[in-house]
Design a protein around this ligand. Structure first.
Ligand SMILES: Nc1nc2c(c(=O)[nH]1)N[C@H]1C(S)=C(S)[C@@H](COP(=O)(O)O)O[C@H]1N2
Ligand SMILES: [Mo]
Length: 211
């Protein structure tokens, strides 16, 4: 878990700050940060960083894809979304959505994104706290980021503060501003594979597993 891993050509990945609407939180005390899980659950939860670290952990090599046609495969570590949803108790996840809200900043507010819960669970969405064996850098979402790898980058929220289980499929920041599709499913086409320094043609919608 703590071993350092290497993503080739990481220095060629486009800057995270370019895609960080509200910017990384300016001050963050990890001892007071927590993830709240609210909404249509049997038991609302407030999980501290320590709580999350004590839950069962996963480490998976998966490819993230940006709507701007670049992608990168990295090794992500964290807790499965299913683990915390089971703790909170959600009876029919396929009927619901999960609205993610970032910590945000005073100046620029928060970033929000809503994803279908059942799909996220079936795709093994991860509450990511580390990448390549190190804690997420501030601009990549410290302390936590929810990743459904079947969806474009704009659907995952960095600097996560809240998950709300809801029956409303709400449009988020980029969907309103740029007209991106609310479903955010990765589409079949040609993507630049940063780590491999080559183009790859993706044939099927959803998570990219061929490269
Ligand atoms: N809180 C927050 N999370 C966010 C964003 C944002 O603006 N705010 N941008 C999204 C977009 S559009 C992309 S492409 C990815 C970029 O992730 P990276 O920093 O790992 O490159 O973060 C996503 N998560
Ligand atoms: Mo993006």
């Amino acid at each position: 878990m703590n071993s350092k891993l290497i993503t080739p050509n990481l220095e060629r990945k486009p800057s995270s700050l370019r895609y960080y609407q509200e910017g990384p939180p300016t001050e963050l005390d990890i001892d007071t940060w927590s993830l709240s899980i609210t909404g249509l659950v049997e038991q609302e939860l407030t999980l501290t960083y320590q709580d999350l670290m004590e839950l069962p952990q996963v480490q998976e090599s998966r490819r993230m894809v940006c709507v701007c046609n670049w992608s990168i495969r990295r090794t992500w570590q964290g807790v499965l979304l299913s683990t915390v949803m089971e703790m909170a108790g959600v009876s029919n996840p396929e009927k619901y959505y999960v609205k993610q809200t970032s910590i945000g900043t005073k100046e620029k507010g928060v970033y929000e994104s809503t994803i279908p819960l059942g799909d996220a669970l079936s795709r093994r969405a991860i509450l990511v706290h580390s990448v390549d064996g190190e804690y997420l850098p501030m601009e990549q979402g410290y302390p936590l980021r929810l990743y459904d790898f079947g969806l474009y980058g704009y659907k995952n929220v960095k600097g996560l503060a809240q998950l709300e289980v809801t029956d409303q499929y709400e449009t988020g920041e980029w969907e309103r501003r740029a007209g991106y599709d609310i479903n955010g499913i990765i589409r079949p086409k040609k993507y630049w594979l940063v780590d491999k320094k080559e183009w790859g043609f993706v044939e099927e919608p959803g998570e990219v597993t061929d490269f």
